[in-house]
Design a protein around this ligand. Structure first.
Ligand code: CO
Ligand code: CO
Ligand code: CO
Length: 325
């Protein structure tokens, strides 16, 4: 996508605060001094069998880019590709119900949508939110000395691939679906409250890919302690059995030359760090003085997996270092 965008003329307008040029999460357009629109869209093929759960996960994922920027979702449109000739309409009803309920939980109203006949089912939302133009979280504000917090465990790509090709334990299925269903709402609101300096959500480019965007846009180096990076328990074992998405390859190519990785880190852990995420958590850059309290507050509000995973440095701007401890 980025290669394609590079070939297009950049959108520019005096009121366009965040556009396509910063590889940020959503676009932001100013309406007046206190109010801006924040807009994003995402949709994809089913990652779990249960249609209601798929609809809800996809909606949570679509809403995430609004939260990554500190916005508040207000309305959304359904985007539906559906094989109506071969799959019962009741399946679509369940998908839409899941999406509707998740949007409602976010305080966001689905106001319409569009569907097309397609051999492969796909669902997601185009979301519009509101945001204070003076308080936009972007991936460009991280400061040297900041602590880095990740709010959800990694491994959804590997686990949902394993789920398609094989079976996984009920515990792991529960853990991964519950995590993908969690809105990044509380994390986003707390990030604003604690005056976080930068934020992004972890999706298709994996943990390392999105971290690198943040490093590059903020012109800081990022150092991670791999042992502290939350991962679903058992995901390394699935990684060792090569339940990998295409993203494992493309994310490695994309990041070539941008990172330094401790040789002691196992290949299976690395696969998890490169793994594309669906409805992943937020990576938040925040002052070290408030980070402990921030993580405590996240946990109090149900973001149980939040961990301090690294720090930002003046050295090595635009580069990542991943340590073994
Ligand atoms: Co994003
Ligand atoms: Co997105
Ligand atoms: Co239409």
């Amino acid at each position: 996508m980025r290669q394609i965008l590079d070939k297009l003329p950049e959108s520019s307008h005096p009121d366009l605060l965040v556009g396509t040029n910063t590889i940020d999460d959503a676009g932001v357009f100013k309406l007046n001094d206190e109010l801006a629109l924040v807009q994003t869209v995402d949709f994809f093929t089913p990652i779990v069998d249960d249609p209601y759960t798929f609809g809800a996960i996809s909606a949570a994922n679509s809403l995430s880019d609004i939260y990554a920027m500190g916005g508040e979702p207000i309305t959304a449109l359904n985007i539906v590709c559906f094989p109506g000739k071969t799959v019962e309409m009741a399946v679509l009803t369940e998908i839409l119900k899941g999406g509707h309920d998740k949007a409602l939980e976010a305080g966001c109203i689905i106001v319409g949508g569009h569907s097309v006949e397609d051999k492969e089912m796909k669902y997601g939302l185009a979301v519009t939110g509101k945001i204070n133009p003076n308080r936009i979280l972007t991936n460009a504000g991280a400061l040297p000395g900041d602590a880095l917090v990740l709010t959800k465990p990694l491994g959804t790509g590997i686990i949902t691939t394993a789920l398609k090709l094989d079976t996984i334990s009920d515990e792991l299925y529960q853990a991964v679906t519950e995590s993908m269903l969690i809105l990044n709402k509380a994390a986003s609101e707390l990030a604003l409250e604690f005056a976080a300096s930068a934020c992004t959500d972890i999706t298709g480019f994996g943990f390392l890919g999105h971290a690198w965007s943040l490093a590059k846009e903020s012109a800081v180096g990022l150092v991670f302690y791999s042992a502290n990076i939350p991962r679903f328990s058992g995901v390394e074992e699935l990684a060792s059995r090569k339940f990998l998405t295409m993203g494992d390859v493309t994310n490695r190519v994309y990041l070539e030359g941008q990172l330094e990785i401790d040789e002691k880190i196992s290949e299976d852990v690395l696969r998890v760090l490169y793994d594309p995420q669906t409805s992943g958590g937020l990576l938040i850059s925040i002052s070290p003085e408030v980070v402990e309290e921030f993580v405590q507050e996240l946990k109090k509000q149900g973001v149980m997996s939040a961990q301090i995973v690294g720090r930002a440095t003046q050295e090595n701007p635009g580069k990542l270092i991943v340590l073994n401890d």
